[in-house]
Every structure is written in structure tokens, then in C-alpha cells.
Design a protein around this ligand. Structure first.
Ligand code: GUN
Ligand code: ZN
Length: 433
């Protein structure tokens, strides 16, 4: 059956950072998207599309927007309970709030409940694809993949590994990390039949990893060249100083990962707030991607991300909510935080609404190497979409009534739209809320 969704379409198939002004925004005020067999068969002006698909079943949402499903490039599965932990910077926040909570996932019942809530909440916020920082426990990680499979979400995830500077409850050994990663890769990496689930090797960060553990990660990446690598980097000044102390031989933080051949096309690194031009050059040359997590950088006081230098060095960028260092699952909110952070940054990059949409969708897909499959609403892409509608009495609904044009409407959406405005989410063509 063909389904035709009629609403105001907004997407960014072309990179707005490479075009002038807002011209990269594709907007059809009376638009249509046709879905069949999980894919987009057509998108454009309703009158035109309708003529091409006269038999499609039409669903009309006159007050709604249709956008591509959001892409979250960095979010932690075990950290919903940590959200809102105020008053601490990274290292204290990890020790006092995060590590104790993550230890609870050794209990499979708790892990199952956590995985269900995590994925459901992500979906309710319009996110259909994510790079998910996993759990330290094999069973909890299997549970996340099982639950993601049943929802059909596009997930890249993996077992988190650490063997030093972390409570014993979360410690592994290099040998155990090798065998558990191997068993998870063989069970889950592109094995679900729909190609929705992918694996990433995830040492927590250099602070909690010995050389031997990082070496094992490198061995795994060599043995399985199409799995991803995902970790944290250059987030907080005390963390960076600690890494320097632990790895005196390394040129810098990035050097601790480079030494074990962990930085390449399939590497996605979260944060990168405090970074030299030299490290940016090396990241660009390796074609690694950065997950920019503005709400987290502000909430746990890590610093102001230098977007202009990342763009100048042509480093691929996506947005990450970094729950629970961040402040929730909304990519609308993350876009607003990115915008505000650049407004405050000396020589900050003045983001426009098309660039925010791109970062939250297609740019994220590019950062995760999934842009051939998803990230915009062009023909042949996965039908992962969000229907966004402002509740009648909301501030957003008032703001939209006065929007002079589509770019302004999109700015209002990023400023004011949240979970309560996500009316429906389609995952591979299936309504999923
Ligand atoms: N660095 C190591 N672990 C974490 C984490 O859980 N959150 C953040 N924001 N940074 C980290
Ligand atoms: Zn994180």
C-alpha cells in the first residue's frame, strides 16, 4: 500500500554550510511524501505528487510539518536517571552520579526497563537514528540491541569498556573486553536482516583505559574493518590534564587513540571542545567525525565549542544530546543550544535555521556514514520522518502564525518545539508512536 502524507515539508538534502544564506532549505508549504515498502517514493508539492500517485491513501495534517527523523550522534543508554544532576563538572559528575547509576545495569531486569524507556523516549522526541553509548555489561548491551530491533530503530552501539580509574563494578580486562566485543559484533553488527543495527567499539575515554585495553580496541577495529569507533575526547580541562598525566608519551589526547589506529572514517568522537589546530588537521585528514553536544558542554560546564574552526578544517559534524550530561533527548533543543553557544562564542559561527536542521538530520547522517540511506526526504531514502505540530494553545503555535517565511518558521520550531509537538514518528515507513 502507498501512503501519502500531506503537510508542510522541510528538509535539507544539500549542505547549507556550502551554500549562501538559507537557500539550501527545501520547503513545500502544501507538500506530500509518499511512502511504500519503508522507503520514500516521492516528495514535493502536493498537487504534483498526488497526480503521480492517484491511488495512494492520503493522510492530511494541515497544521503539521514533516521533517526527516532526527539523528542523535551521541547519547548514553544508561543515563536517563542522571539527567538534571546539577552542580558538578565532568570528573565529579562521573564519580558521584554517573558511575553509580551505570553500575545498576548489571541487573538485567533493570537494564531491560532502562533500555525500553531509553528507546521509547528517544522516539517520542523524533529521533530515529542514533549513535548510542552503551552499557559496561554484556547482558545489558544485548538487551539494548534486542529492544532496538523490536522498534526498528537505526542504532549504532556497543559495549563500553574501562579498566582503570573507575569503580570495580564497571571494570573489565583487556581479554574480557576482546571476547565480549567479539561476541556482540558477531551477533549484532548488520545481522538484524533490515540493516538497522551496527556495532561500535567504545572505550569509555582514555582516562579509564589502559594501553592494553586501547590496543585491544585497535585489534578489533582491524579484525572488523566496517564496525565503528566511538568515544569521548577533549571535553573538559581537568580531564585533558589527567590524560596528559596518564599517557606522557602521547602528543595530545587525540594521540592516545591514534597510537592504536582508532581514528579513521568510521570514528565518531564526542565533544572536542578544547582542541588545537594541529589536532583538527589530523582529524580532518583521517576523515573522523565529531559529535557536538552543546547542552552537555554547558550543563556540566565543559566549555564553548569552536564550530568555526571545525568548519574551516572541514571536519564532519553532527549533534549529540549526550543524555545525561546534556539536558534531554530533543534535537530541536540541541539545535537551539548550538545556536546560542555560537552567539556567545568569541568569533562564533552564526548558525541559521537551515544549518540547524541539517546538523540535526542530514549532517548527522553524514557524520555516521549513513547519508546514502537516510537524513533527508528525497526519493529512495528510508521513510524515517517526524510529524511536528504545535499544540493549539502553545507559544509555538502563536509564533508560527506570525512567521514571515519558511526559514523563520523553522527558527521558531528550533526555539520552541519540544516533545509535546512530536505528533507522529515514522520508522522505515511505519507509524511508531
Ligand atoms: N567522558 C567519559 N564518560 C563520559 C560520560 O558519560 N559523559 C560525558 N559527557 N563525558 C564522558
Ligand atoms: Zn558522553
Amino acid at each position: 500500500m502507498q501512503k501519502l502524507l500531506r503537510a508542510h515539508i522541510l528538509h535539507t538534502p544539500d549542505n547549507p554550510f556550502e551554500t549562501e544564506g538559507n537557500s539550501a532549505l527545501v520547503s513545500h508549504v502544501d507538500g506530500a511524501v509518499v511512502i511504500e515498502k519503508g522507503l520514500i517514493q516521492a516528495s514535493g508539492e502536493y498537487e504534483v505528487v498526488r497526480k503521480q500517485f492517484p491511488d495512494a491513501v492520503v493522510e492530511h495534517h494541515p497544521k503539521a510539518f514533516i521533517m526527516p527523523g532526527f539523528v542523535d550522534c551521541h547519547v548514553h543508554y544508561p543515563q536517563i536517571a542522571v539527567l538534571g544532576s546539577m552542580g558538578m563538572e565532568l570528573l565529579d559528575w562521573l564519580e558521584l552520579r554517573t558511575f553509580p547509576e551505570e553500575s545498576r545495569l548489571s541487573d538485567a531486569t533493570y537494564a531491560k526497563q532502562t533500555a525500553k524507556t531509553f528507546l521509547r523516549t528517544m522516539l517520542c522526541n523524533g529521533t530515529t537514528t542514533a549513535m548510542v553509548f552503551g552499557a559496561h555489561f554484556l547482558e545489558a548491551q544485548n538487551i539494548l540491541f534486542e529492544e532496538a530491533q523490536s522498534l526498528g530503530l537505526n542504532i549504532i552501539s556497543g559495549l563500553v569498556t574501562s579498566d582503570q580509574n573507575i569503580p570495580d563494578s564497571l571494570k573489565t580486562t583487556p581479554e574480557k573486553a576482546y571476547s565480549e566485543n567479539k561476541s556482540l559484533i558477531e551477533k549484532w553488527h548488520r545481522k538484524d536482516g533490515k540493516d538497522n543495527l551496527r556495532y561500535a567499539v567504545m572505550p569509555r575515554f582514555s582516562v579509564t583505559c589502559s594501553d592494553a585495553l586501547l590496543e585491544v580496541c585497535g585489534t578489533l577495529m582491524q579484525e572488523y574493518p566496517d564496525v565503528y569507533f566511538h568515544t569521548h575526547i577533549n571535553e573538559n580541562p581537568s580531564e585533558i590534564a589527567f590524560v596528559k598525566e596518564l599517557f606522557p608519551w602521547a602528543e595530545d589526547y587525540l594521540g592516545t587513540y591514534e597510537r592504536y589506529n582508532l581514528i579513521g572514517k568510521r570514528s565518531v568522537l564526542a565533544h572536542n571542545v578544547h582542541v588545537s589546530d594541529n589536532a583538527l588537521n589530523r582529524l580532518a585528514r583521517a576523515e573522523a567525525a565529531i559529535a557536538h553536544c552543546p547542552s552537555s558542554n554547558m550543563f556540566i560546564g565543559s566549555g564553548l565549542f569552536d564550530m568555526r574552526r571545525h568548519l574551516d578544517h572541514k571536519v564532519r559534524l553532527g549533534l549529540g544530546t549526550d543524555v545525561g550530561g546534556g539536558t534531554g533527548f530533543s534535537l530541536f533543543k540541541e539545535g537551539l543550544m548550538a545556536y546560542q553557544m555560537q552567539m556567545l562564542n568569541q568569533d562564533g559561527y552564526r548558525l541559521n535555521s537551515s544549518e540547524l536542521l541539517y546538523l540535526a538530520t542530514k549532517g548527522g547522517a553524514e557524520a555516521l556514514g549513513l547519508d546514502e540511506q537516510l537524513g533527508d526526504l528525497t526519493v529512495g531514502k528510508r521513510a524515517d520522518l517526524v510529524l511536528v505540530e504545535a499544540p493549539e494553545t502553545s507559544t509555538l503555535s502563536q509564533a508560527l502564525k506570525h512567521s514571515p517565511n519558511e526559514e523563520a518558521a523553522l527558527s521558531s520550531l528550533f526555539t520552541l518545539a519540544r516533545e509535546d509537538c512530536v505528533k507522529e514518528v515514522y520508522v522505515a515507513g511505519e507509524a511508531s508512536l
